[in-house]
Design a protein around this ligand. Structure first.
Ligand code: GLC
Length: 560
């Protein structure tokens, strides 16, 4: 099935695929509990199928990035089975063991972070659920074994790794207890009921304090350098992206990771509202951090992934304009400086699907929370079901919607898919229905990606903000030696008139007198329709008089 859909991805216009973990796994955390790092899950066809997929992707010019989980393995991994079998086996020190729970640390998924293993009469540590024991990364044998696994895939030709949860690899060596007077379930519950700003501030502080000693412990930079050195043994363009926002993990810009995600872009105040002011502040802060690295770091933007609400749901403060806002946000990620990551299905406008019946939940952190709400916190089951449906990651992991056929064409009719299909597949949110409609979300993404691929400025140009105080729209230049591009995104349901004066354009272009010599050519307008929405509107007109934008219009123009 995956091989059959590669041509769809090529037609979409992307360059690379990041696969969620495809390794054998008991699936307590849907692949993020790996039981063999050098194999592919049998339900996906095992290694022969993976090799065929990789070759087929490469034959089409698509790169393949795997998800590498370093912090923990499955409790069914042979390493852990051996480690837990006795206190003196060869792998006894491959995980984090203690005679008694040395502190009150919590697992961020299922309560206590220390779980008893009767074979050793000891406790093992797990930041995630108890089926995901933390590896002891201070043990050089663990490093060697994991780097061998990385080489296994690099030898096969994979193009890099997305590194899962790297912040959780090292803990506070002093094992300092946290100070929050609540359990994990209690804190989650308080997050839901906090009403006043003071309560919400307290909740934020508690979330930070509860896990502060379990994250970002010393040692990660050396580890990332080791892994980068492994990657650099290989020819071609191989890439490491960390699931972290800390640009420190780019090292000097050349010796650790290639990318970390700009997660702060997704953390809007208030939640869910991307505003021009938020984006400008985010870019100013982010780019300053990256530029300060000795070899300058490269940005990486995204608005969605398998762990959070889908972009069309998360950033839609006004439900009447959700689809229009999703288009503006797509343009944002595809025009900002940096590598964009899209989450499967956003290109057809897929939304979250709330799973009302807790019996249908698959995400262990949600089923655990539902049980804790009902059994420990005596919350009414109906309310607990609503809370679990809202917090689970299942809502944004439902099957890709290929067509209006049964099961959205993901599985044959009559098959029960592993998560329910979002019923909106029957209302046009599917690939087949959007394929030939020039106005569809799918063709909107395709057009944007085509414009981006053809534009040196959008790929590599510097970001130069314009109109720093505009409340409703975002305007910026992308400036490369070969090309200069103007981007204007209207974030409001109202028409806008954008006046760019020569002085501020000159300042952004960093060349006095340059602006008056420039004309403009529209490369893309969300409202002009058709494939090449060009028109030779002179930018002189646009500058000197005004740019008129329709509600939620996206405009991209080449200056020259
Ligand atoms: C990362 C993954 C998430 C997973 C967790 C534990 O955050 O993105 O899906 O549950 O790590 O591996």
């Amino acid at each position: 099935g995956m091989i059959e859909r590669l041509d769809y991805l090529v037609a979409l216009g992307i360059d690379a695929v990041w696969l969620s973990p495809h390794f054998p796994s008991p699936n307590w955390d849907w692949g993020y509990d790996i039981s063999d790092y050098c194999a592919a899950a049998p339900e996906y066809g095992g290694l022969p199928a993976f090799r065929a997929f990789l070759d087929a992707a490469h034959a089409r010019g698509l790169h393949v990035i795997l998800d590498l989980v370093l912090n923990h393995t499955s409790d069914q991994h042979a390493w852990f089975l051996e480690s837990r079998s006795s206190r003196d086996n060869p792998k006894a020190d491959w995980y984090v063991w203690a005679d008694t729970p040395p502190n009150n640390w919590q697992s961020c998924f299922d309560g206590e972070a220390w779980t008893y293993a009767p074979e050793r009469d000891q406790y093992y540590y797990h930041y995630f659920m108890k089926q995901q024991p933390d590896l002891n990364w201070r043990n050089p044998a663990v490093r060697e074994a994991m780097w061998d696994a990385a080489r296994f895939w690099l030898d096969m030709g994979v193009d890099g790794f997305r590194l899962d949860a790297i912040g959780t690899i090292f803990e506070d060596p002093d094992l300092t207890p946290h100070t929050v007077p609540l359990t994990l379930a209690g804190l989650r519950r308080l997050s839901e009921t906090a009403a006043t700003p003071a309560e919400r501030a307290l909740v934020d502080r508690y979330w930070r304090d509860m896990f502060v000693h379990q994250l970002g412990g010393p040692g990660l930079h050396d580890l990332m350098k080791e892994l980068r050195a492994v990657l650099d043994e290989y020819p071609g363009d191989r890439m490491l992206v960390g699931e972290d926002e800390d640009v420190a993990y780019l090292g000097n810009g050349r010796d650790e990771l290639h990318l970390v995600f700009n997660f702060p872009l997704m953390r809007t105040p208030p939640p869910g509202a991307i505003t021009p002011a938020h984006v400008r502040a985010n870019q100013a802060a982010r780019l300053a951090l990256l530029d300060a690295l000795p070899a300058a770091g490269w940005p990486c933007n995204t608005l969605g992934n398998h762990d959070c609400s889908r972009v069309a749901t998360a950033f839609a403060p006004d439900p009447d304009h959700a689809a229009a806002a999703a288009r503006v946000n797509a343009a944002l990620v595809l025009t900002l400086r940096g590598t964009p990551f899209l989450y499967n299905g956003e290109e057809i406008g897929m939304t979250d699907h709330l799973i009302a019946d807790p019996a249908h939940l698959r995400d262990t952190m949600a089923t655990w929370y539902y049980d804790a709400l009902v059994n420990d916190l005596q919350v009414d089951p109906a309310e607990a079901a609503l809370r679990a449906a809202a917090m689970t990651r299942d809502k944004n992991r439902t099957p890709m919607q290929w067509s209006a056929a049964a099961n959205a064409g993901f599985s044959p009719a009559g098959v029960t898919t592993w998560l329910p299909v979002n019923p909106n597949y029957a209302a046009g949110i599917n690939v087949a229905d959007q394929e030939d409609d020039p106005e569809s979300m799918l063709n909107y993404y395709r057009r944007l990606l085509r414009v981006r691929r053809a534009s040196p400025a959008l790929q590599t140009g510097a970001y130069r903000p314009l109109k720093p105080r505009a409340r409703d729209y975002l305007a910026f230049l992308r400036a490369a030696a070969e090309q200069m591009v103007l981007v204007v995104l209207n974030y409001a349901p109202a028409r806008q008139q954008v006046r760019l004066d020569r002085r501020s354009l000159d300042a952004a272009l960093r060349t006095p007198g340059r602006a008056s010599q420039l004309g403009g050519r529209i490369l893309f307008s969300s409202h002009a329709g058709g494939d090449d929405a060009t028109g030779d509107t002179g930018l002189a007109d646009l500058q000197l008089t005004r740019i008129d934008l329709a509600p939620y219009e996206v405009l991209i123009a080449e200056l020259g």
